[in-house]
Design a protein around this ligand. Sequence first.
Ligand SMILES: [Zn+2]
Length: 82
Amino acid sequence: MSAKRCEACGMPMTHQSQHGNGDADYPYCIYCTDSAGNLKPRSEIREGMIHYVMKSENCQRPQAEAEVDKQLNTLPAWQMTG
Ligand SMILES: [Zn+2]
C-alpha cells in the first residue's frame, strides 16, 4: 500500500479521510479543498504552506517562501502550459 500525495501541496495521504470530499480517488487533500469540494487557489494554498514551513522549521518568511515555491513547482496541480 503506497500513500498517495496531494497533487496540490505534496502532503502524503494515508487515509481516505485526508482526501478532499472524503473520496480516496480525489487527488487533493482536505487542506487544499474548500467546503464545496473544489481545489483552493494556488495563492491560498501557498500562504498556508508558508506558515506551516515557518513554524515547523522555525525559519524566516523569505526562506519559507523559497522552499514552498520550489515544492509547488513540482506538483501536478500547478503544471500549467502557456
Ligand atoms: Zn494538499
